[in-house]
Design a protein around this ligand. Structure first.
Ligand code: A3P
Length: 296
């Protein structure tokens, strides 16, 4: 499938949905998604957009199903469906999740914690939350907005940072998202909260932690294979992982696997923008137990 801008609907508008900025592609199927019937062994990967969702999806998929060969024939967005999406060219994530043939089913969501369908909690499903520092997240989201025709137009970079700080992004405020999920972790023990920066620093160590959370025993050799398989350079050239099969992405604007670095924000923020951002961050992020690293 190739990108044809003439065959695509116009970019969507943001609107307020239960207090969170959203676009209709993620709310049109709301009732059905809320009724989703989770199974006890389902695994939910939850993230704010651009925080390493695809990376962790690939890790989990390889840990569970790496030996089955589907990594050469089924793209990652079909292996790990995006629960709340509904789109003419991409289908319904909820239907894809319902029809997943695997056990366990690995499902992704960008919902803030209060939007997660009740059955995930009732079934005590394992949930992996991935968070990324906001400066790299906003840079990544900006470039994603340029290439993803499902996103509202990103516009000018300095306006974009302002909108990010104001929470006027698809899936709402990054600050509310990471804090909401962090708070949930205090009462819901089946939640593994991890950081993009830790994964970048030592992928093997983070895979060990994931295995222990998921109750998986994998040989050193298998874990090494997964670590190598999910290296940025390998995922970038892997058609099953780099989203090159997705018809709504304009790769002339930016690749999906863009840089994969911690600290790329330094190439985008001016000194003044960085200072303003930090000042605003310190006002919003008052829980000292939740710490982000903007460099490693
Ligand atoms: P950049 O735009 O900074 O490069 P998500 O999957 O949540 O949409 O996140 C996408 C971001 O994760 C992109 O960041 C992408 O390059 C990065 N990413 C994806 N796979 C990665 C990997 N294997 N290693 C490092 N970063 C990765």
């Amino acid at each position: 499938m190739s990108f044809d801008p003439n065959k695509l609907p116009p970019r969507p508008e943001l609107f307020d949905f239960h207090g969170v900025s959203m676009i209709h592609y993620f709310t049109d199927n709301w009732e059905n998604v809320q009724d989703f019937q989770a199974r006890p062994d389902d695994i939910l990967i939850a993230t704010y957009s651009k925080s390493g969702t695809t990376w962790v999806s690939y890790i989990l998929d390889l840990l569970y199903f790496g030996h089955t060969g589907r990594q050469t024939s089924v793209p990652i967005f079909k292996r790990v469906p995006f629960l709340e999406i509904i789109h003419p060219a991409l289908g319904s994530g909820k239907d894809m999740a319902d029809n997943l043939p695997t056990s366990p089913r690995i499902i992704k969501t960008h919902y803030p914690v209060q939007f997660v369908p009740k059955s995930f909690w009732d079934q005590n499903c394992r949930i992996v939350y991935v968070a990324r520092n906001p400066k790299d997240t906003v840079v990544s989201y900006f470039h994603f907005g340029r290439m993803n025709t499902l996103e509202p137009e990103p516009g000018d970079w300095s306006d974009y940072i302002r909108r990010f700080m104001d929470g006027k992004m698809v899936f709402g405020s990054w600050y509310d998202h990471v804090n909401g999920w962090w708070k949930k972790k205090q009462t819901y023990s089946n939640l593994h909260y991890m950081f993009y920066e830790d994964l970048a620093e030592d992928t093997g160590r983070e895979i060990d932690k994931l295995c222990s959370f998921l109750g998986l025993s994998r040989s050193d050799e298998e874990k090494k294979r997964v670590t190598e398989g999910v290296h940025f350079d390998n995922m970038k050239k892997d058609k099953m992982a780099n989203y090159s099969e997705v018809p709504i992405f304009d790769f002339k604007m930016s690749p999906f696997m863009r840089k994969g670095k911690v600290g790329d924000w330094k190439n985008h923020f001016s000194v003044a923008q960085s200072e303003q951002f930090d000042e605003d961050y310190n006002k919003k992020m008052t829980d000292v137990t939740l710490q982000f690293r903007t460099e490693i």
